[in-house]
Design a binder for this molecule. Sequence first.
Ligand code: NI
Length: 225
Amino acid sequence: MLLHVPEVLSKEQVAGMRRVMDGAEWTDGRQTVGPQGARVKRNLQLPEASPVRRELGEMVLAALRVHPLYHSAVLPLRTLPPRFNRYEGGGEYGFHIDGAVMGAGDDTHIRSDVSVTLFLAEPEEYDGGELIVSDTYGEHEVKLPAGDAIVYPSSSLHRVTPVTRGARVASFFWVQSMVRDDGMRRLLLEMDTAIRKLSADGADQGSILQLTGVYHNLLRRWAET
Ligand code: NI
């Protein structure tokens, strides 16, 4: 499931983060991938140990904690600290698949179920830089307003096209979901969305209660915590 999550950050929050990032030191993005990724990755990242990365990552996580659609879609169990990247001057990242198991930096690991890209530059600021996600329905091209995020299964092949003008700045990170299976997560999101709409429309309370019970009992069956 490829899902657009709008307005994770306000324009003011994005502008504040961009000011901090403009003054930060960047490093070659190949440092955080294996040999196969390194062959196709051409971008810059905030260094893993950078205090700026930690500070901005906390801001991203705080914004996600209060975003209902994000929670409903991702059902996050564990989230890796967000990273930040910058593509410019032809920078790109060829087709690759994200690692299935990733170190969390504290001797523990997470399974990557969901990949998230949070756009921190407006589409007009740069040419190219589309995120292309390939799934069984074909290839999807994603380029969102600053502050918006795209959520997609970590199991999908994806790439970032070359940036030929300006700079594409984004945050990206991985989440282990309480519900491992993408299809199950999608059913839960659709059910949750329908229940919210029925409530907003003033539908019969008894039926809403029954559906809410089904939602939670499915989640109880499927969730690992
Ligand atoms: Ni990737």
